[in-house]
Design a protein around this ligand. Sequence first.
Ligand code: BG6
Length: 491
Amino acid sequence: MTNQPAQAAPEQPVDMIIFGGGGDLAARKLLPALYMAHLHRNLPPETRIIAVGRKNWTIDDYRTFMNEQSRPFIDQQAFDATAWDRFLGLFQYVVIDVNAAEDYARLKEASRQEAIRVFYLSTSPELFTTICDNLSAAGLVDEHSRVVLEKPLGHDLASAREINESVGRHFAEPQIYRIDHYLGKETVQNLMVLRFGNPIFGPLWQAPYIRSVQITVAETVGVGSRAGFYDHTGALRDMVQNHLLQLLCIVAMEPPVSLDADAVRDEKLKVLRSLRPMTLADIARDTVRGQYAAGAVDGKPVQGYIEEDNVPADSRAETFVALRAHINNWRWANVPFFLRTGKRMQKRQSEIVIEFADLPFSIFPSGPRNYGNRLVIQLQPEESIQLQMLAKEPGSGMNMLPVNLNLDLQQAIPERRAEAYERLLIDVIRGRLTHFMRRDELEAAWQWVEPILSGWQELHDRPRPYTAGTYGPAASSALLAREGMSWAEEA
Ligand code: BG6
């Protein structure tokens, strides 16, 4: 085992205060992540967790909620009844109507003056301002406090700015942790090591040695019970504005001067600011919106988006986006970045594909035409890195065949991988901001995305239907085909 030395835990005790403590995200992600951190002794001693909710529950009711709603989301192999009981013992439950300023006195009573108070806002973003105003008025915010903001961080640039302004009135920027859980994934963090720890890639990681970059985040799940949120959000806001653009930043950024939060975030910001703004003509030509229609996923029939609960019959929400982006800088001039994400696709698969340039000239009489080496970095479901190359076909000729250099990272390093939320919550507790978005990054991402949203409206663009269980509408393949390229699975 190659365990890293644990980073110093803070000297002050920590009160983790979860607004939306009785909600879905808390049950499915936050509480299991905190349990795993507790199990692996990554919570500082004397940590307390205060769940805040509107429901008039006692602490016993809350523990019942944890047992019923949260425990099923813990990997059963990692479940330890004694540790779970001790974990339950860390909790308090405080009833608060977040709009009622006087209720916050109860929180003041429950939390410790000498503790680092971490406020995790797992609520709708419309409540962020009120909560921060009320926390501050109740004297709960000091220079040690931290606030964690869950996505969606705004619906557009103006609302993102509004949130940033109002939270910023009470918390300084280094106290604000904007979560993008993709930055907490082991595989995403590993990309930094791949790029900046392996000198072999340095000289090749740029135009003209790279022909294109593909970033795919494909899901098999549908919208589920989230239509109320999803139908006025769509895939561009839900996935591209944050997760896919963050992946693009890590692929495209210059080497940061160190791993310090601002050093890394400065480089990502430069990438976001170098994204070529899309004109209306670009939007019409270089973006594809899709919406899933009935089909089959994993051999089971599934309904179309329109038939899902709470989706209006004339919904124009996109459940799929593919687009071509360009980065206007020396490193990436003329290298297209193809981004794609969708629900109800054929496979759950997130990958980054670096397609290297063709041979300038081939001395071999036969072989696959237009063959470029590809580096395929698979992030989900399995973590692997593959280099696609050509080798000689055994025999008397000089025929070439595609083969793979294959690295299965789980096999190479079988250590436990913490889930994204566990890693990020530990980062918050230890005051590490590197894997959180800074205000200017968030706003730069919105600045690039917003014209696409308004462009679609102006063009009266409707999402194209695609059969559930496929790779999206045919127009997505055409986006690459017109440049003589194809998505990795079509190659
Ligand atoms: C969330 C989106 O941010 O990410 C969801 O709101 C999406 O719609 C999810 O399903 C995907 O995350 P993961 O970790 O399962 O790839």
